[in-house]
Design a protein around this ligand. Sequence first.
Ligand code: ZN
Ligand code: FE
Length: 261
Amino acid sequence: MIQVQMLPTNQDNYCYVIHMGDATVVVDPGDAQPVLRYLEQHGCTLSLILNTHMHQDHCQGNEELKRVTGCTIIGADKRIPAVDIVLTNEESLAQLDCLAVSQDSSAIQVIYTPGHTTADCSYYIHAGDSFSGALFSGDALFSGGCGRVFEGTMAQLFDSLQRLKGLPAETLLYCGHEYTLDNYRFAEYLEPNSVVVRNKLRDVQLQRERDEATIPVRLAQELTTNPFLRTADCALRKALMMEDNSEFEVFTELRKRKNRY
Ligand code: ZN
Ligand code: FE
């Protein structure tokens, strides 16, 4: 039995608590306080922290959570504060032997997604028949957008998104920030004539007016509306006047335009 709970932290970050059987796992604690409150209110013990990358807004709570709970911290970057296990190969967490999370950890798959930094990873959790799978993508993939290329390269981020695109379409996307409205405004600006994009933007606007989170969202939805996942889409390529360019060239142009937007 897997359950995901969202904890808003900092300005617009999302930290997530995952209940996997008896184990409690936290993704990207940008602040320890909301996590500690949640653990106390629900009477659970933190087993594991999964970090997607080393930026402060995703791991500022690490040290305090480790001090208070003694949890294990995992990530792909040795710069992550208090990290215990630095992932060096794409592997299921079941292959790591020093985990407090026992059999359920086999359901956590690590996917390397560099580009935003040089050492980002995403976590894909798949288990159980009633559970459609959850992707924790940090700042690699957002609803309607993707991360900025800070340290890595455009090619790395492009390749990372191709890996995430290959996950089952019913997967729920849990990304690191509530950037969805801004991202879909940009998407509509790119394709003002797209009914699908306009409808998605309207849905997101309504959610935000009601103060609701736009996350999680199905990967299937993102594949039809997120421009950064649609570099092969004829309508988008036409709107960009890049019908003869490669998908990577389209991606690079999108990322550059978003930086200026
Ligand atoms: Zn970041
Ligand atoms: Fe961030």
